[in-house]
Design a protein. Structure first.
Length: 544
């Protein structure tokens, strides 16, 4: 049976629990253990799919089509383990299942209650699919003391009691703030947070203390004493120069050793951290640099494009280049007063990312046109690919070309398809259906055209699998018109119906993809499309 590590947070939110869980997972993996990381989200949405990226950051999509919390992206990027639907649970999903069962009469007349019904559902989620895993890390969203997280804390308390004594470990992430006026680090918030956790019946084994300044030995001892943990288990987690330094940094502070000690494991192999040494070396010692413009809608909050941001950095690592990202609000290019060329000329590559809704679409189309006409490397992702197709159609003379996502149009170059074939058979989606469940979601295959740029980029593969999250498709009826304009369809769904990739052979690097390659990029395995895009941008940087 697997061992469980429960990760909770205290004092304030945004302490980087997700990154901490991902890093601990990576460190255990570097010692040869099989790990999986799960996220418990206390909010009442069934999944984050319908939440605004401004509220909650990006929605991370798994191969099996789940719309999950962006922390699952950190987990997957740091461990390489593909996240699944069963790795993210929310209060909304728990209640939805319980209420559906109650309506079916499954509870045989019993009163349905938080304890035991909700807590049992949470425990079952934690314990599911253990396979041959050595460790399951469970991160609890929110901060100790939140009303919403109480059932999750209670479920952990019960599990700690029910499983074997050395089978669970509690890691509590806190903050040790520095008060400049007093010139001191303060341990009181940590003490209070641990007390709060203890009042819920959970005694932490390890405290991971986020701090801007090193925590002196004396303060560490004080925390240990007041919080009832060993001094060695008070681990300082100083701000890191990059997220990619975090695993090595935490290892240096003894986090993984303390975790293993907490489980009574004394014969663990030493970790092989060479992959992380290589990643940090590439990140901190670049030999070139490029500036990429991302012309999007949610540019005010970088978490909205978390995976994209990381995948661009990975593309840089593949080329030993530093990638500067300029986030540009597409709406800017819809103002008559904006000099689009002046904004875009300094860039070595232009990327139009995924998105929803009409706002900014004309600005995106204008950016595609600039990239095409000026031979600037262009990468369109999902909505970005759709906009590239609209731009081509307009250039081919279909001036009213648009997407039906933006309202009815005479020239639906992008439209909704209500029925298509997948590996599973015929799939359908309803026009105007619930926002929660009408998208093409998760991994789908695409067949690559021989001799195309993308088949070279994918190392000669003919069939690839990538993750999708969209409702609309490029309309195959326009294929001839678009190809006549020089935009070739180099990737199609296996049944030949749905355009998956477009490219321009007459351009140095112009690729649009209907899927989200950024979701599968890893620092130690940069996605080939991002590696190729940054390589092209480096070439461009030598020209301008
Ligand atoms: N809004 C577009 C669609 O639903 C694109 C979605 C996306 O970019 N993820 O098809």
């Amino acid at each position: 049976m697997a061992r469980f590590i429960f990760i909770t947070g205290g004092v304030v939110s945004s302490l980087g629990k997700g990154l901490m869980a991902a890093s601990l997972g990576a460190l255990l993996q570097a010692r040869g253990y099989k790990v999986r990381i799960r996220k418990f989200d206390p909010y009442l949405n069934v999944d984050p799919g319908t939440m605004s990226p401004y509220q909650h950051g990006e929605v991370y999509v798994t191969d099996d089509g789940a719309e999950t919390d962006l922390d699952l992206g950190h987990y997957e990027r740091f461990t390489g383990v593909s996240a699944r639907q069963s790795d993210n649970i929310t209060s909304g999903r728990v209640y939805q299942d319980i209420i559906a069962r109650e309506r079916r009469g499954d509870y045989l007349g019993a009163t349905v209650q938080v304890i035991p019904h909700v807590t049992d559902a949470i425990k079952n989620f934690a314990l599911a699919d253990q396979g041959d895993l050595d460790f399951i890390l469970c991160e609890i969203g929110g901060t100790v003391g939140d009303i919403e997280s109480l059932p999750f804390m209670e479920a952990i308390r019960q599990l700690r009691n029910e499983l074997e004594p050395l089978q669970t470990l509690s890691v509590h992430v806190t903050l040790v703030p520095y008060i400049a006026a007093a010139g001191e680090l303060k341990t009181k918030p940590t003490q209070h947070s641990v007390r709060e956790l203890a009042s819920l019946g959970i005694k932490p084994d390890i405290l991971l203390c986020r701090a801007e300044h090193p925590i002196p030995e004396g303060e560490r001892k004080k925390i240990a004493q007041f919080c009832n943990v060993r001094a060695e288990s008070v681990i300082q987690a100083l701000d890191a120069p990059s997220i990619y330094s975090v695993p090595l940094q935490y290892h240096g502070e003894g986090l993984d050793s303390e975790v293993l000690r907490g489980f009574g494991i004394t014969d663990a192999p030493e970790p092989d951290l060479s992959a992380w040494d290589d990643v940090t070396d590439r990140y901190f010692h670049p030999e070139g640099e490029v500036t990429i413009g991302v012309v999007g809608k949610y540019v005010g909050l970088q978490d909205a494009y978390k995976s994209l941001n990381e995948a661009l950095v990975h593309g840089g690592m593949a080329n030993r280049a530093k990638v500067h990202i300029k986030w540009i609000d597409a709406e800017l290019f819809e103002n008559a007063g904006t000099d689009l060329a002046a904004e875009l000329e300094p860039l070595h590559g232009i990327l139009v990312p995924g998105g929803f809704g009409e706002r900014g679409s004309e600005g995106k189309i204008a950016s595609v046109r600039f990239a095409r006409e000026r031979n600037v490397p262009f990468f369109g992702i999902c909505l970005g690919m759709q906009m590239a197709c609209v731009e081509s159609a307009r250039s081919a003379g279909h001036e009213a070309a648009s997407s039906t996502e933006f309202g009815s149009t005479q020239e639906p170059v992008v439209g909704i398809i209500t029925e298509w074939m997948s590996e599973e058979g015929i799939e359908t989606r309803e026009e105007g259906g619930d926002l929660g469940g009408t998208m093409r979601l998760g991994a789908y295959d695409a067949q690559l055209a021989e001799g195309s740029l993308v088949s070279r980029i994918y190392g000669g593969e003919t069939m690839i699998s990538e993750r999708h999250r969209h409702r609309y498709e490029v309309n195959g009826a326009y294929r001839e018109a678009l190809e006549g304009d020089g935009l070739t369809f180099s990737g199609m769904s296996p049944d030949g119906l749905l355009p998956e990739i477009v490219e321009r052979p007459d351009h140095p690097w112009f690729v649009g993809v209907q899927f989200h390659p950024e979701l599968k990029s890893k620092p130690f395995a940069p996605h080939p499309l991002f590696a190729g895009f940054i390589e092209a941008a480096l070439k461009q940087s030598r020209l301008v």
